[in-house]
Design a protein around this ligand. Structure first.
Ligand SMILES: [Zn+2]
Length: 705
């Protein structure tokens, strides 16, 4: 193990190789030595919002209070399955390493590995889990999950020491683990959210004292402290301090967040341009990208917002067709077999959501939907219990060996982790993953000045207060993203005038916004928000129709034409791929995270024919692909293998395109070699939404119609 660790250190310095989470432990520390970005004073821009506490926020949109948006239809089933799945199971099992690290503190300040390569004592598991639990509690206020959230928050509050400490380490082991500040930051977020749900001021006090203690540690560091705890993942304390500033109006939180950003943030790098994202850890990169914008939100300094926007653009080349950052844990490559870590999908959704809220620019919300409906949904088991730590666009096998980039045979310490498990090693993706759904729902509809903005679409009911109305409701009736129409019905106590904004996604070619069946007069430019301002009466109905073209997303041209050129198919927010039925075989994983009754599965293709080339008119793909409603299956779960829509297309089999690897250890192949040996037979195949597949081929060779 020592040998392996020193190899890993060497790899960090060469920079060209990927860096796994284990290797990243060292990198977080190294980053401490590099210093931070330059100073930036408080700006003087017109405030957008004043909070009840007296804080000033510079943000186009603001989030509605918890519980304002209730999911309906497919979104309700999806949220319910995930609330009652992994999150509720871990709440009920109440295992110390996940549920109650704070009452069972560890004396081991360095993350260690067992003989079976299991990572023990990581404090982030419990904080991701707790944050997921309270957010599901906010979605379902009178549920079992809400009762468990209440219990967990009370346990955490009661664990707080007199000095304010709420972390997972005993006195001697504090402030040394690289996840210390990161995990406490998530705990404060979780308690703040619970405070917003319940109004329980005691929880806010716990948050204040915990934050005051962290600030004290920063300004008067103990002798054995590792300041790197504020870098890497630890920088998210910046976002947490902004939330505390908003909740309390206390300026010291705002100033502290700004100070940490100046020391450990990447504002200057982002503003300098270039490619500052590649080879970074996917989740940490996404966190960092959003932080200058987070500080902008509570200081108004325009350069900070520019920095986040520039960094967000830097990520674009590394987003896969499924909308999530790709490489492995480290960002380095997109491609048919490049992995995405599930945590990377969640953090990218969080960062894009925050920049979307702050700027009110439609493309950031496009990115949220794109990730949510494709790369986020795909590696989750439909029962909400297991997840694939990694997934890739073309994936015929989901096992520990099935991904080719990180598993050459000489270094297998991290394997590919594409298999599905209820307790991966480490447990981050299992515990972080469930948060994506409540985070998405909470940001679907936002306050915009004295009106409302519908930012992401899906079936839900919204209840909001406006300055001019005690209660306005919106019923958003749609199967979106499985249909192109969204119907919004106003539910008001009396006639009330306010602006209602609707995001017109950048992928549609045109859109219409009708009110009560007639033109609304609103400009509905793709990639912008359409605004309808009028006196709304109870029962008024807005209908949005998006015209979504079918697009061919080509992979780059292969060098020397050795392999066939392949493409994926996109329509609206959905990428369509060839589903491959999975044979799910339970196994005992060689390494796993903490959990009771752990279930792990390898997925193999089941008698599947997958080696198709699509017959497409590449100039007019809509003439080759037919959108079809698929038969509804009773009891079907959202994003399971019974999707609501598909694209039918003609295809021929590529007879010289076969699985790679050994019979016992199959792997997904690269693109087929030229010339392709095509079957004479033309068949009709149906591509389905990427998010509805566990095994799939998203990229297939294209042959002209
Ligand atoms: Zn993870």
């Amino acid at each position: 193990m020592n040998q392996r660790k020193s190899n890993s250190d060497a790899l960090q310095l060469t920079g060209k190789r990927t860096m796994s989470r284990r290797r990243f432990v060292g990198a977080a520390t190294a980053a401490t030595l590099l210093g931070g970005a330059g100073g930036s004073g408080l700006g003087a821009q017109t405030p957008e919002h004043a909070t009840a506490s007296g804080a000033t926020l510079f943000s186009r949109f603001i989030t509605l209070p918890p519980g304002s948006i209730a999911p309906e239809g497919w979104l309700l089933r999806y949220a319910q399955i995930n609330a009652d799945g992994w999150v509720l199971k871990y709440a009920k099992d109440a295992m110390p390493p996940v549920w109650g690290r704070y009452t069972h503190r560890t004396s081991n300040p360095k993350l260690g590995f067992t003989d079976h390569d299991e990572w023990i004592d990581a404090p982030d598991y419990g904080s991701y889990f707790g944050d997921a639990l309270v957010h599901y509690g906010g979605l379902f206020p009178d549920s079992e999950v809400a009762a468990e959230a209440q219990k967990w928050a009370a346990m955490l509050a009661a664990s707080q020491d007199a000095d304010g400490y709420i972390g997972g380490f005993t006195l001697k082991a504090r402030w040394q683990c690289w996840l210390e500040v990161f995990s406490q930051s998530l705990l404060i977020n979780a308690l703040l959210f619970r405070y917003e749900c319940t109004g329980d001021g005691a929880l806010l006090n716990v948050c204040r004292q915990a934050a005051d203690h962290i600030m004290e540690i920063w300004s008067h560091p103990p002798a054995d402290i590792e300041m790197g705890i504020f870098s890497g993942h630890g920088v998210v304390i910046i976002r947490t301090m902004g939330k505390l500033y908003a909740a309390t109006g206390n300026d010291s939180y705002r100033k502290f967040g700004q100070t940490v950003l100046e020391r450990y943030g990447r504002t200057k790098d982002y503003l300098a341009g270039g490619d500052k994202i590649v080879h970074e850890h996917n989740a940490v990169a996404s966190e960092h990208i959003g932080l200058p914008a987070a500080v902008y939100e509570y200081t108004g300094h325009p350069d900070l917002l520019k920095a986040s926007q520039a960094a967000w653009e830097m990520m674009q080349p590394y987003l896969s067709v499924d909308g999530t950052p790709h490489g492995n844990e480290m960002i380095f490559n997109v491609g048919s077999r490049a992995n995405c870590e599930h945590c990377g999908a969640v953090e990218w959704i969080i960062t894009s959501r925050d920049i979307s809220r702050i700027t009110g620019v439609a493309k950031y919300a496009d990115a949220v939907e794109r990730a949510m409906f494709n790369g986020y949904a795909a590696p989750k088991s439909p029962d909400g219990l297991a997840v694939g730590y990694m997934h890739s666009p073309n994936q015929l096998v989901a096992t520990e060996w099935s991904q080719s980039h990180d598993n050459d045979g000489d270094v297998d310490s991290w394997a590919s982790r594409q298999h599905f498990s209820t307790a991966h090693e480490p447990l981050c993706c299992n515990s972080n993953g469930p948060r994506g759904i409540p985070f998405f729902i909470e940001s679907m509809v936002l306050r915009s000045g004295n009106g409302l903005a519908v930012s992401c679409y899906g079936p839900c009911k919204v209840t909001a207060k406006l300055p001019q109305a005690r209660r306005v409701g919106l019923i958003i009736d749609t199967e979106y993203p499985f249909e192109d129409e969204v119907r919004v019905i106003l539910d008001t106590e009396r006639a009330v005038s306010f602006p209602l904004q609707f995001r017109i996604p950048g992928w549609c070619t045109s859109a219409v916004v009708e009110v009560n069946g007639a033109g609304s007069g609103a400009s509905a430019e793709p990639g912008s928000y359409a605004t309808v301002e009028r006196i709304w009466n109870h029962g008024d109905k807005v209908t949005l129709r998006f015209v979504n073209p079918i697009r061919i997303l080509w992979r780059k041209k292969p060098e020397f034409g050795i392999r066939a050129r392949c493409a994926a198919i996109e329509r609206g927010p959905l990428v369509f791929s060839l589903p491959v039925e999975a044979d799910r075989r339970q196994f005992v994983p060689p390494a796993h995270g903490p959990g009771e009754d752990i279930k792990a599965y390898r997925l193999f293709p089941k008698d599947a024919v997958w080696n198709y080339a699509l017959i497409l008119n590449v100039d007019h793909p809509e003439t080759s692909l037919t959108l079809k409603k698929l038969p509804a299956v009773a009891g079907s779960r959202p994003w399971d293998s019974n999707p609501l829509i598909g694209l039918e297309v003609r295809a021929r089999r590529v007879l010289n395109w076969r699985m790679e690897g050994e019979p016992e250890h199959p792997k997904t192949p690269g693109f087929p070699f030229n010339p392709m040996q095509l079957s004479d037979q033309v068949e009709a195949v149906t591509l389905v939404p990427f998010g509805a597949t566990r095994l799939r081929m998203a990229y297939l060779p294209i042959i002209p119609a």
